[in-house]
Design a protein around this ligand. Structure first.
Ligand SMILES: [Zn+2]
Length: 80
């Protein structure tokens, strides 16, 4: 599973996750980079499980390697 940090403009932290089977999913987290405690802190993934609101394996993998430290855009957080 390869994880790349791919931030976008709306304030969400977005990670591209390449699964071992070759599928690519987009995992996003909106709890960092804002500092407002009322700001939402939810994970989203566009895989079938993630679309049902589950903490899928992609979200869990990103949660392990990510933190609230600033990460350079395009940084690869995990290679395999
Ligand atoms: Zn997923």
């Amino acid at each position: 599973m390869k994880i790349t940090y791919t931030p976008n403009d709306d304030g969400r932290s977005v990670y591209t996750v390449e699964s071992g089977s070759g599928n690519t999913y987009r995992v996003s987290y909106c709890g960092s980079g804002d500092g407002d405690p009322e700001y939402c802190a939810t994970w989203e993934c566009d895989c079938p499980a993630g679309r049902h609101g589950r903490m899928c394996k992609h979200i869990q993998a990103v949660a392990v390697v990510s933190n609230d430290e600033p990460i350079e855009a395009g940084a690869v957080l995990r290679e395999a």
